[in-house]
Structures are given as structure tokens and as C-alpha cells.
Design a protein around this ligand. Structure first.
Ligand code: NAP
Length: 289
């Protein structure tokens, strides 16, 4: 039976540490602050933003919400981002994705000051990651991949020489995670919706990361996993009011050596990493080492 990797507990520990650091910074007269821009009234986005607000308050980070209507013009949005970029009291800026189709997402992300890019998606921060000129603890890396690395480290899972198969090629998850895995000397295979015989790929892997989010049409089953593999479930599938991952947890946990649950695995770590990124951005802006 696999070790269930408890992301919620690790995130709890991290949040206590972040809270202590935030309180120290406040003694210098600085309040770590995250500004979030929410465009339109996508119900999932509202829930995610609400979660970010609660997380920030829990650790003492100030949270500012800027709501814009779904038909906001691009120049109006860029003007707000520019205002936040130059506001010394704001340390982190997020534009909650997805944004309406008439707005150019890549242009919007690129307009955020890279030192305030707490999602780690600005081309400057992506470039640092891919060129290998980053410090894992002190640079702005995307939250989900960073959270996954922290879970693996917590459970002492060494990636060197391992075959890692990642089912996802997004900028948010699969691509940055592949680079972090490469930097730990894993051999990495990135799979996606056009990968033939996916099960053959995953069955060979020492580490499988699934971030598909198409349940029930896609489920990572026990037949797709080799004995003793480490399985990381990133998927979030809301079905009949319940949150499910991508993995057939009950069956796969009988074969895997380590597995993350959903809920309580990667999700809480992603949220904790955002708080850590706000702390990193605050230290960067205020010259605190
Ligand atoms: P995305 O951009 O839609 O990526 C989904 C990936 O899955 C794509 O690479 C897609 O391939 C691939 N895919 C789709 N159907 C497939 C199939 N049948 N077989 C193999 N691959 C398939 O979404 P995302 O933003 O990266 O998020 C992915 C999932 O992770 C979602 O469930 C999301 O909610 C979840 N997520 C969770 C967290 C967390 O903190 N737990 C954080 C971020 C995301 P193509 O590229 O070919 O389309």
C-alpha cells in the first residue's frame, strides 16, 4: 500500500513559517501585499480568488481585489497593471485566468513587472527557469510545479536517474515541471492528448504526474502504473459537487509506492507556494535577504 503524501499537512507547516516571516517583515513597517485582478464573473475564478484571499489573510498578507467587467478594454486592463507595477505598496500582481477571449493573455502576463509576477509566468521568469539561472527558494517559479517538488523533497523521493512521465504540456504545469525534473537529473517524457499508447509510456515510469482534468473521459488507472511508482495527481475534476483527481486512487494506491490524494495533495501546496512567492517578491522589493 502506497504512502499517501499529505500535501495539506506540508502546506500547513509552510504556512506557519510564512506567517512568522510575514510578521517579522511587518515589524519593519512593510506589509506584504498581493493584488489580484478578476475579470468578469466566471464562477470558478471567483472561488479561486476567494481562496487566495482567505490564504493571504491566514498568513497576514494583505489582499487587494480589483474587479473588472468582462468587456473591459485591453488598454484599461494594461493601465491598471501599470498602476500596480509602480505601486510600492504592492508586491505581487496576479491576473486570474482564464480571461475573456478579446484580451491577449500572453501580452497581459508580459505586462506585469517580473519582480511582482508571483505566478511565475512572465517571460523573464520563464527564461530564468529554462536557462537554469534561478534559485529554487528565492526566485518566482510557477506555484504548482514548485509545490510538487516540495512534496517530493518532503518524502525524500530522489529523481536522479528516474524516468518521469508528465501528462500535461501547459505553461502552468507540464512545461515548468519538466524543467525542474530535468534539473534534478530525471529523464522526462511529456505526454498530451495526441500521445499514442499513453499507457505504455506511463507504465514504464518511476514517477507519473497526471494533470489532465478530463474525468471521466480520462482516468489514470492501475493498469497504467508500474509497481512501486510515485504518482502525483494534479487533476481537479468537479463532478456532482465533489472534487476528484485524475487518478483511480483506490486501485492505484495498491500498486504505487507514494501517491498524492485529491483533495489534500497538490492543491494545498499550490496555494501555499503562491503565499511563498508573495514573500519572495516582498523581500526582493524591500531588499530583505
Ligand atoms: P490544460 O491546459 O487544459 O492542460 C491539460 C493537459 O492535458 C493538456 O496538455 C492536454 O493535452 C492534456 N490532455 C487532455 N486530454 C488528454 C488525454 N485524453 N490524454 C492525455 N492528455 C490529455 O489545463 P492545465 O491548466 O494545465 O490544468 C490541468 C489540470 O490540472 C486541470 O484539472 C486543472 O484544474 C488542474 N490543476 C490543478 C492545480 C492544483 O493546484 N491542484 C493547479 C493547476 C492545474 P493537449 O495539450 O494536447 O491539449
Amino acid at each position: 500500500m502506497a504512502v499517501i503524501m499529505d500535501g495539506k499537512a506540508i502546506a500547513g507547516e509552510l504556512k506557519r513559517d510564512i506567517n512568522a516571516q510575514v510578521e517579522d517583515i511587518k515589524k519593519r513597517g512593510v506589509i506584504p501585499t498581493l493584488a489580484t485582478i478578476l475579470i468578469g464573473d466566471n464562477p470558478s475564478s471567483r472561488i479561486y480568488v476567494g481562496g487566495k484571499e482567505r490564504d493571504c489573510r491566514e498568513v497576514g498578507i494583505e489582499f487587494r481585489l480589483h474587479k473588472l467587467s468582462s468587456n473591459v478594454r485591453e488598454d484599461e486592463l494594461l493601465e491598471l497593471i501599470e498602476k500596480l507595477n509602480s505601486d510600492e505598496k504592492v508586491h505581487g500582481v496576479i491576473v486570474q485566468m482564464p480571461i475573456p477571449g478579446h484580451l491577449d493573455g500572453k501580452k497581459v502576463v508580459a505586462s506585469i513587472n517580473p519582480e511582482k509576477d508571483v505566478d511565475g509566468l512572465h517571460p523573464y521568469n520563464v527564461g530564468k527557469l529554462w536557462l537554469g539561472v534561478y534559485e529554487f527558494e528565492n526566485d518566482l517559479l510557477p506555484c504548482t510545479p514548485k509545490g510538487i517538488m516540495k512534496i517530493l523533497d518532503h518524502y525524500g523521493i530522489d529523481l536522479e536517474g528516474k524516468l518521469a512521465v508528465i501528462i500535461n504540456r501547459s505553461d502552468l504545469v507540464g512545461k515548468p515541471l519538466a524543467k525542474l525534473f530535468l534539473d534534478r537529473n530525471a529523464t522526462v517524457v511529456i505526454c498530451h492528448s495526441k500521445t499514442p499508447k499513453l499507457g505504455n509510456r506511463t507504465k514504464a515510469a518511476d514517477v507519473v504526474v497526471s494533470a489532465v482534468g478530463r474525468r471521466p473521459s480520462f482516468v489514470l488507472t492501475a493498469e497504467m502504473v508500474k509497481d512501486g511508482a510515485t504518482v502525483i495527481d494534479v487533476g481537479m475534476n468537479h463532478i456532482d459537487g465533489k472534487l476528484w483527481g485524475d487518478v483511480d486512487f483506490e486501485q492505484v494506491k495498491k500498486k504505487a509506492s507514494h501517491i498524492t490524494p485529491v483533495p489534500g495533495g497538490v492543491g494545498p501546496m499550490t496555494r501555499a507556494m503562491l503565499l511563498q512567492n508573495v514573500l519572495i517578491a516582498t523581500k526582493l522589493a524591500e531588499g530583505i535577504s
